[in-house]
Design a protein around this ligand. Structure first.
Ligand SMILES: Nc1ncnc2c1ncn2[C@@H]1O[C@H](COP(=O)(O)OP(=O)(O)OP(=O)(O)O)[C@@H](O)[C@H]1O
Ligand SMILES: [Mg+2]
Length: 225
């Protein structure tokens, strides 16, 4: 489903973010991405969504080389991806329900169907009573969950979650992880970047470890030295 072949990323100012990265993630897997701040986790995710492009090597998505896809093709790729960012990127002048509905409206869902899906998804993330609230009247954890609802409402093939629990307390972090596991059990591939090794140890999965742009480990979380 996602494959990196000898991928390096060098930003314009010369910062080397990723060096000769090779891995393959199959459909239905749950994979953690970890490593120190600046190790290259966000950069790696941005290459999958073509927010940034590889400098060297190839990135494949569902067998297709997306390294050099045209700007016209990017929206079609992104429809298959649910992205959760380090900060939530919500639209502050739209209600919770409107924020979550956005990916459906872009995809031409009819209004009733969209409303039903938004309702179901908000229930899943525990925000069933907050539909008409505006983002700034929610707590940080609630805002983060709106971002998650928006990312998953259109049932993407893969969830790319970049530090989705970064601002949350332990209990809420556990809830978010449990939510991803639920979606994963339904067949969604999950790639989750996190520093929080205590959290990851509560629910171990295959883990990719980055260190200064190098992939230094690819295996079971429990076997990391
Ligand atoms: N847009 C950019 N332009 C230039 N350099 C960048 C850019 N984004 C990231 N970098 C550099 O690339 C390297 C990897 O950064 P990246 O954000 O991928 O790390 P990270 O593992 O996500 O870190 P964190 O845990 O702090 O989020 C860093 O040295 C960073 O300074
Ligand atoms: Mg990051």
């Amino acid at each position: 489903m996602i494959e990196f072949k000898s991928v390096s990323k060098v930003y314009q100012q010369g910062q080397i973010a990723l060096q000769n990265i090779n891995f393959k993630i199959s459909s239905g897997e749950f994979v953690y991405l970890t490593g120190h701040s600046g190790a290259g986790k966000t950069s790696l995710m941005q290459l999958i969504a073509v927010i940034e492009r590889a400098s060297i090597g190839q990135v494949l998505f569902n067998g297709k080389d997306i390294t050099d896809i045209s700007l016209k093709e990017i929206p079609y790729l992104r429809r298959r991806i649910g992205m959760i960012f380090q900060d939530h990127h919500l639209m502050l002048n739209r209600t919770v329900a409107e924020n979550v509905a956005l990916p459906l409206l872009i995809r031409d869902f009819d209004e009733d169907e969209a409303y039903e899906l938004v309702k179901q998804t908000l229930e899943k993330v525990g925000l069933q009573n907050k539909e008409e609230f505006y983002p700034l009247s929610l707590s940080t954890g609630e805002q983060q969950r709106v971002g998650i609802a928006r990312a998953v409402v259109a049932r993407p093939d893969v969830i790319l979650a970049d530090e989705p629990t970064g601002n949350l307390d332990k209990g809420l972090s556990q809830d978010i992880l449990a939510l991803f596991e639920l979606l994963n059990r339904d067949g969604t591939t999950v790639v989750m970047a996190s520093h929080d090794t205590d959290l990851l140890s509560t629910s171990p999965h295959r883990t990719l470890v980055l260190n200064h742009g190098h992939l230094v480990y690819d295996g079971e979380f429990n076997n990391i030295q």
